[in-house]
Design a protein around this ligand. Structure first.
Ligand code: SF4
Length: 333
């Protein structure tokens, strides 16, 4: 826990400043996915199977598992006829087909913004394009999107891969991105695509989602003032990792922490201002926990910088809409 050297930090110091980036923590897609599992548990009873982590956060997954959700890697671990929730990151059509063949009771937790990217993949492939997907190999969202048109899609992870890319018809190329990439880095990829394919078909709107973009803008607004940045999030959370990278690219040391207990008091030596944010899958209560832990290491002042207010909300799937939510959640409201 983060109180190893609290006394030495507490004495004779000006309060340390905590600069909170806003927006931070849960996005609308994550809130929706968690509520779907909660409502499925309330209406169907435990166990409710969930393919992959519902969102990439260890605390959220542990909490739902405690309440009867069973997290599996693949559908062959789900008994015939059982209820299975697809995670916020989406699935490929092959997974949907397999669930149907098995007669599983499917509730789809895919974020609507991921579904939108899937629809674009199908549309661009159907018009004969090679669809370049900018993203990270092995991420569940990328696997699901690539599965929409595997014959027509190619994944690129570096700008060099774009320069070396060979496609059947350079005049018929479009691109998509994973929703949780770094905005500035992705612009370099798109520039490279435009250079390589002058007739590139550009999507009408950004695929990097509003929540990812807002959290990066919010961190950008405080990073220059911070001596250290702490990002609350799990290591497999793409948008959280991007926040750590963004901070380090700008010269401010940064650490990804799942919980307050991950803070090493030595990180705070000589640090007067801590920038604090959280990825879109990290509960707000964990940020509060970090503020409390920093307060135990010495006096603090807390200041919030909100660059925009988020009002996005996604409807629940109709199959769970009428269901009262279980009230046993230890997740923050
Ligand atoms: S980070 Fe963006 S794409 Fe992912 S669940 Fe949240 S809103 Fe949806």
């Amino acid at each position: 826990m983060a109180n190893a050297s609290s006394d030495e930090h507490a004495e004779g110091q000006e309060p340390r400043r905590i600069l909170l980036a806003g927006p931070r923590s849960f996005c609308a897609g994550v809130e929706r996915a968690i509520e779907i599992v909660e409502r499925a548990l309330a209406s169907r009873g435990a166990p409710v199977y969930v393919r992959k982590q519902i969102v990439h956060n260890a605390y959220v997954v542990d909490d739902l598992a405690r309440r009867g959700a069973v997290f599996v890697e693949e559908l062959d671990e789900v008994p015939d006829g059982a209820t299975v929730v697809f995670s916020a990151h989406g699935v490929s059509p092959a997974v949907r087909a397999e669930a149907e063949r098995r007669g599983l009771d499917v509730i789809d937790g895919t974020c609507p913004l991921v579904s939108k990217v899937h629809a674009k993949a199908r549309r661009y492939a159907a018009r004969g394009d090679t669809v370049v997907l900018i993203g990270h190999a092995g991420h569940e969202e990328v696997e699901g999107t690539l599965g929409e048109a595997p014959e027509s899609m190619v994944l690129v992870e570096t700008v060099d891969q774009i320069r070396e890319l060979s496609v059947p018809d350079p005049e018929r190329v479009s691109y998509l991105t994973q929703t949780t990439l770094a905005v500035d880095e992705t612009a370099e990829f798109v520039d490279a695509l435009r250079e390589k394919f002058p007739l590139l078909h550009e999507p009408p709107s950004e695929d990097i989602c509003y929540a990812t973009t807002n959290r990066q803008h919010a961190l950008n607004a405080i990073v220059a003032e911070a001596d250290l940045v702490l990002v609350v999030g799990s290591p497999n959370s793409s948008n959280s990792v991007r926040l750590v990278e963004l901070s380090r690219r700008q010269g401010t040391p940064a650490h990804l922490i799942d919980r307050a207990g991950d803070i090493d008091p030595a990180w705070l030596d000589g640090v007067r201002t801590v920038g604090l944010t959280a990825g879109a899958s990290a509960p707000p209560a964990l940020v509060t926990e970090v503020v409390t832990a920093l307060g135990e290491l010495g006096p603090v002042t807390v200041e919030e910088r909100e660059v925009t207010r988020e009002t996005t909300h996604f409807e629940l799937p109709w199959v769970v809409r009428g269901t009262a939510e279980q009230s046993t959640s230890s997740l923050p409201g």
